[in-house]
Design a protein around this ligand. Structure first.
Ligand code: GTQ
Length: 294
């Protein structure tokens, strides 16, 4: 909120507090391959339209009623919604609501930097024209159906660019009630590109999970370091590597990382919901992803 007094969204273009990994200082990296930040947009502001090769995800943390626009369609934000900005698509953010809105940005900036494949450009106007009614992408692709003709509008990226929390949450709660929970993950689902069944973006996988009340998870490790955003509830994460071990308590709107190949376990006495993302699809495409459930 103090950044909101210091600079406008228009001046900043993107007003973001970068979440810095203390082991990767000055590199705008939350893991070796990924970037994370918290973006603030105040009522009446516009974060002007631009595009870049880097794919972005937005996970709405606080406030509601701001929007992002992609492909001429706006998506209005509610807490817990997962929104995609596909690679090289023009996007602008705005806030016509009465209060501030904050979301988690997840981008593949360090990965694209490593590959030396970055491009970016500004649009000629601050906001793109709205050419499609809100919700038409979800109606076309988000109901286990797809258009009879036509191809993927965003290439390798999902044609759904807003996955509303309401629907994902309902799925997790139904499964919590009516199906056995996994001993490591609780009830965990991955978001999909409905046209392929794969990850919603070529470089990032995203997940939503519910830990039932009293959950005391088994330990696992995986080569994709993962960034977590706590949506609801409280819990604890225990992270170990070699002789070192750290325990973190978390609650709503907290963020934490489980780094690559660190052993982790999650627990929650009252139950919680966690969003997370990682570079798993890149590792899987290269045939190098590893996971161990202990
Ligand atoms: O919203 O397009 O956190 O371009 C960093 C770079 C967000 C964005 C970030 C960006 C954006």
């Amino acid at each position: 909120m103090r950044a909101g007094e210091a600079i406008t969204a228009g001046e900043a273009v993107r007003r973001v507090l970068i979440l810095e990994n203390p082991a990767l200082r000055g590199q705008s990296s939350i893991t070796q391959s990924l970037y994370a930040g918290l973006q603030l947009i105040l009522p009446g502001e516009v974060a002007p339209s631009h595009r870049h090769v880097q794919s972005a995800l937005r996970f709405i943390v606080e406030g509601s009623g701001a929007y992002t626009a992609v492909g001429g369609e706006r998506a209005t934000m509610q807490p817990g919604d997962f929104i995609i900005t596909p690679s090289w698509t023009l996007h602008d953010h705005g806030n016509e609501s009465g209060g501030p809105v904050v979301w988690l940005d997840g981008l593949d900036i360090p990965l694209v930097r490593f590959l030396d494949a970055g491009f970016a450009e500004n649009d000629t106007r601050p906001s793109q024209a709205v050419t499609r009614t809100e919700g038409t992408s979800l109606a076309r692709y988000g109901h286990n159906m797809a258009p009879v003709r036509g191809d993927a509008p965003f290439g390798a990226t999902s044609p759904i660019f807003s996955y509303p929390y309401e629907r994902s949450r309902e799925a997790l709660h139904k499964l919590e009630r009516d199906a056995p929970a996994d001993a490591w993950d609780g009830v965990k689902l991955r978001y999909i590109n409905p046209l392929t069944g794969g990850s919603p973006m070529p470089t990032m996988a995203t997940f939503l999970q519910r830990l039932p009340a009293g959950f005391d998870g088994k330990p696992w490790r995986q080569t994709d370091g993962a960034v977590f955003s706590v949506v609801e509830g409280h819990g604890e994460v225990l992270i170990e590597r070699d002789a070192q071990s750290q325990r973190f308590e978390y609650g709503p709107r907290d963020h934490f990382v489980i780094p690559s190949w660190h052993t982790a376990r999650l627990n929650s006495s009252a139950g919680c919901v966690l969003f997370s993302f990682s570079d798993r699809p890149v590792q899987q495409a290269l045939g190098i992803h590893r996971e161990e459930r202990l």
